[in-house]
Design a protein around this ligand. Structure first.
Ligand SMILES: Cc1cc2nc3c(=O)[nH]c(=O)nc-3n(C[C@H](O)[C@H](O)[C@H](O)COP(=O)(O)O)c2cc1C
Length: 324
């Protein structure tokens, strides 16, 4: 079994050292560990061309058309049975590069998109190499590490929750997560015994879930308000229901003095976008949406170029060539 550590932090700094400590814990379980510093790779931002999604919905592999180091990262992702991903917090969230990689794996590695693609591709008689990578469908376990410089957790508020953006689409089951506050350039987490112990424990938790087949139990320190993703990131308006911002499911919030609880029905839990059923709901919604848009284009499509004409180049400010 293979466990991949992915760091979006600086070389040999806090995030990297925590991930490596977790990987060392996993090695005690006989798991083969590998580490990639994503900041060493050249990863282009997603251009939004949707070639991956169009390819998948045509029964293809979902491969990206951009030319960079992504295929190397992808091969390691496909190969692993477990993933520990760590990112520093930059301006309250994981880093921009982290989000860039999330965009590159979001639609293209969506487990339900790939399942639908496989069905369509087989029905079209495509060869195996032209279908989505078969390794996309295996069970994978994840652990998340968020590292912020502030000693005030309020400055890391979107760090851990948003790290789920990496794991939900390829359907990696997160079993544990940790947050390190107060990490900066002036020392190194290796001197923080408690944090190092927690990272090693995370490595053990991920390993335990990897070697035990079946549904994995949550092993994080806090259960979180959402019983599916275990985050506290809720969308609240002035009336019930509230929505888990990560799962997209709705629950009933109750306030009893200082205590706040949110109840999610079993039906809602099953439709979280972290579940396969939730992902399928999205696939069906895309199917419906495409049909609606295609019908509209058939009715009104002839007018489209004319309607767009006045926006072409409108007030676009051109960059002057650099004089040096
Ligand atoms: C551009 C930038 C923005 C940052 N924003 C935050 C922040 O919002 N909250 C925080 O806690 N730390 C912030 N930090 C500090 C980093 O999270 C901290 O230095 C962390 O230790 C870096 O991880 P590393 O040591 O693994 O590279 C920021 C650092 C940079 C460079």
């Amino acid at each position: 079994m293979k466990l991949l550590g992915l760091s979006f932090g600086r070389k040999m700094a806090n995030t990297e050292v925590l991930i490596k400590e977790a990987l060392m814990g996993a090695e005690q379980w006989g798991i083969e560990a590998g580490f990639i510093r994503v900041t060493d790779l050249h990863i282009e931002p997603c251009s939004g061309c949707e070639a991956c999604a169009h390819g998948l919905f045509g029964g293809g592999s979902g491969r990206c058309v951009l030319k960079d180091d992504f295929p190397f990262l992808d091969e390691q992702l496909m190969e692993c049975d477990g993933l520990i991903v760590g990112s520093p917090v930059f301006v309250l969230t994981p880093t921009g590069l982290f989000k860039t990689v999330c965009d590159r794996i979001g639609p293209s590695h969506d487990m339900a998109f790939r399942m639908r693609a496989k069905e369509i591709g087989i029905a079209k008689g495509k060869e195996k190499e032209k279908l989505p990578d078969e390794r996309s469908f295996k069970r994978r376990i994840g652990g998340l590490i968020s590292v912020g410089g502030s000693i005030n957790p309020e400055w890391l508020s979107l760090g851990l929750p948003l790290m789920n953006l990496f794991t939900f689409s390829p359907h990696i089951e997160v079993v544990d997560q940790m947050e390190l506050i107060g990490a900066n350039h002036y020392d190194n987490v290796v001197q923080n015994e408690n944090a190092m112990k927690r990272a090693r424990l995370l490595g053990h938790h991920v390993s335990e879930a990897m070697v035990n087949p079946g549904e994995s139990a949550w092993m994080g320190d806090e259960p979180g308000m959402c019983p599916v993703c275990h985050s506290n990131l809720l969308k609240i308006t002035n009336k019930n229901p509230v929505e888990c911002a990560l799962c997209g499911i709705h629950g009933e919030m109750k306030v009893d003095g200082q205590r706040i609880s949110v109840t999610f029905t079993e039906e809602e839990k099953k439709r979280s976008r972290l579940t396969l059923a939730g992902k399928m709901e999205h696939v069906n919604e895309i199917d419906r949406n495409i049909k609606i848009k295609q019908a509209r284009m058939e009715r009104e499509g002839a007018d489209l170029p004319g309607k767009l004409e006045k926006y072409k180049g409108y007030k676009e400010i051109q960059m002057k060539p650099n004089p040096t």
